[in-house]
Ligand binder design. Structure first.
Ligand code: SAM
Ligand code: SF4
Length: 332
């Protein structure tokens, strides 16, 4: 591995998340601002060749895993071309999707050796799903999750918990893993521009585990080994087929082992999910020049913790976290 992907805190960045689009067929309230996100002009969005070219540079320098995200990555008409091109690189490919269109891509995902699919699902109740996504696709999404499992994909269900809205579903989500071999990942609600975040709405990992132990008892809760650089802490209930996990970017950040970099759909490199700083790779690429030195400089500037919001007090400061993009234009 070359050294340009290593930052000043000795973190080696081997995992690249590429957002393919700022658009989405859902409107999750915690992700897309109510007034809509300011979208980039179409000409500023990376073409499939540009996605490939940027991805290849990172792979040449040591990236071993690429996850496609969005917006909704499967909304792009050329998603299959991007997948097929990226599958020619020596890298593990994965995707994060809301699963609305996933049934059309099952064969492509398989042909591109994609095994790991992360699917957003914040409620097991169709009315609540509609309230949070502002769209009526619960049945389709649920059916597609079952289809992915039946087709042999590893499925992680991402559920962002919001107090008073879906925190009463923690047990139902875990019960889903009794017969279904999926991992349900409970994600702490994080602050981004325009998502009206408030610490009072966040369900902490401690709350989630307390609720779980109260219901299932401590004896039945098994702590699983986490994968290297995993952002989640993994558990299962004794004898259940699936498992569950908690992701605590707010109450207990995992920055020390961070190995992630992000490219936005308009070709900007972000060295941290929470950092408002971005480096323009696309303009340089379009000028026919190498992007390696920009990558190197951006990684050197990576802050130790959460884009310099190293305390909860700083993260809570609206002026700081609202300088960042809205999540829909980052990709998670
Ligand atoms: N459309 C795809 C999907 O929903 O899976 C991919 C993009 S979405 C931005 C990626 C992930 O970010 C989803 O799992 C979503 O739940 C998560 N996410 C979005 N906004 C969030 C927030 N404010 N806090 C925590 N997670 C968030
Ligand atoms: Fe769309 Fe995913 Fe954001 Fe929901 S979380 S609005 S599905 S990008």
């Amino acid at each position: 591995m070359s050294t340009i992907l290593t930052d000043t805190y000795h973190r080696k960045h081997t995992y690249l998340r590429i957002s393919l689009t700022e658009r989405c067929n859902l409107r999750c309230t915690y992700c897309m601002p109510a007034e809509g996100a300011q979208l980039s002009p179409k000409s500023h969005i990376m073409s499939f060749d540009e996605v490939f070219s940027i991805a290849k540079t990172f792979v040449d320098h040591g990236v071993t895993k690429i996850r496609l995200t969005g917006g909704e990555p499967l909304l792009r008409k050329d998603a299959h071309i991007i997948l097929e091109k990226l599958a020619t690189l020596p890298v593990e490919l994965a995707i994060t999707t809301n699963a609305v269109n996933v049934e059309r891509y099952i064969d492509t995902l398989k042909a591109c050796r994609i095994k790991n699919t992360n699917v957003s699902l914040d409620s097991l109740n169709a009315d609540k799903f509609k309230a949070i996504t502002r769209r009526n696709y619960f049945d389709k999404v649920y059916r597609n999750i079952l289809r992915l499992v039946a087709e042999g994909f590893n499925v992680k269900i991402n559920a962002v918990l919001i107090k008073g809205f879906n925190d009463d579903e923690i047990i139902d989500f875990i019960k889903l893993t009794e017969m279904l071999a999926v991992t349900v990942r409970f994600i702490e609600f994080m602050p981004f521009d325009g998502n009206r975040w408030n610490i009072e709405k966040m369900v902490s990992v401690k709350d989630i585990l307390d609720t779980t132990i109260n219901y299932f008892t401590k004896d039945k809760l098994i702590r699983l080994e986490d994968a290297k650089n995993d952002t989640s802490k993994n558990y299962k209930i004794k004898n259940y087929k699936g498992s569950f996990a908690v992701i605590s970017a707010v109450t207990n950040p995992f920055c020390d082992t961070c190995n992630r970099l992000r490219i936005t759909a308009n070709g900007q490199l972000k060295n941290c999910l929470f950092s408002a700083d971005e480096s323009d790779l696309l303009t340089t690429l379009r000028a026919g020049k190498p992007i390696d030195h920009i990558v190197e400089k951006t990684i050197r500037l990576k802050a130790k913790t959460r884009g310099r919001m190293d305390t909860l007090e700083k993260l809570k400061t609206t002026d700081l976290h609202s300088q960042n993009r809205s999540m829909i234009t980052i990709g998670g």
